[in-house]
Ligand binder design. Structure first.
Ligand SMILES: Nc1ncnc2c1ncn2[C@@H]1O[C@H](COP(=O)(O)OP(=O)(O)O)[C@@H](O)[C@H]1O
Ligand SMILES: [Mg+2]
Length: 246
């Protein structure tokens, strides 16, 4: 069953068509990926689903649990159980990591907050009392934000470039968090231009120049990174592998 359906979504800004007639279904309980080169329209698609300002003037329809959400505000969509983690993690200057996670957590016990931090590889004894401010590195902030999402257990989460700005060890933690969310029944949409992140998904969509050019099981989309498939003519598409002269 699909938890989210996009029906003929088109987004135009000025002269430019950023998303062109996108129709797709996000099946409940799976990890999906939206892949494509930089500038393909992936983040715009997430912004449209979330209903962010500047991304509300669209044509087409968005159904969440079979109900149209296009007229709903960001907050109303969040209350339905949709959440978005931005490429650049948010800053909530001043509040503690503990309060920040507890605020969005489904169960607000100390134990649940500690578990969420541990899932992201952040020692609760070291991090819970820290402030969410510039004393945390970008990678730490990102992990704190993802810990908050893990504790929230939303119905649908959109993770925009979840590996950006974090080190390899943190990437492994983030992958574990994605699988933990799936086990708890959250539907996950990973937005990425990385093959490693794509491999975390069950199913994927390939965007090029604002259009959906291919969809299917992850294995069907992976060859995109070796440029061994389909007509993605975006200028930022992966570089063609050089063929040795005979
Ligand atoms: N606020 C905006 N106004 C005008 N153009 C935008 C805006 N946001 C994004 N774009 C353009 O939309 C296209 C898709 O961008 P984006 O969704 O960020 O791609 P991706 O996330 O795949 O890298 C790009 O050409 C970008 O320049
Ligand atoms: Mg983007």
């Amino acid at each position: 069953m699909s938890i989210l359906s996009l029906k003929n979504i088109t987004l135009v800004k000025g002269e430019k068509t950023i998303l062109h007639d996108i129709t797709l279904d996000i099946w409940e309980g799976y990890v999906h990926a939206v892949v494509g080169p930089n500038g393909a329209g992936k983040s715009s698609l997430a912004a449209v689903i979330m209903g962010l300002s500047g991304f509300r003037d669209i044509t087409g329809d968005i159904l969440f649990e079979n109900r149209s959400i296009v007229s709903l505000s960001v907050d109303a969509r969040a209350r339905l159980g949709i959440t978005l983690a931005w490429q650049e993690p948010a800053r909530f200057e001043g509040i503690s990591v503990f309060e920040y996670i507890r605020f969005s957590a489904k169960r607000k016990t100390l134990e649940d907050v500690r578990k969420a931090l541990q899932l992201l590889g952040l020692d609760p004894d070291r991090y819970a009392r820290r402030k969410v401010d510039q004393t945390l590195s970008g990678g730490e902030r990102k992990r704190v934000e993802l810990a908050a999402i893990a504790a929230m257990e939303p119905k649908l989460v959109l993770l925009d470039e979840p590996d950006s700005g974090v080190d390899i060890e943190a990437v492994e933690r983030i992958f574990a968090m994605i699988q933990a969310l799936k086990e708890k029944g959250t539907t996950v949409v990973l937005i990425t231009h990385s093959a490693e992140v794509l491999k975390q998904a069950d199913h994927a969509f390939l965007l090029c120049n604002g259009s959906l050019v291919r969809k299917g099981e992850t294995a069907r989309i992976l060859p995109y990174f070796a440029r061994e498939c389909y007509p993605c003519v975006h200028p930022n598409a992966p570089v063609l592998k050089e063929v040795e002269a005979v």
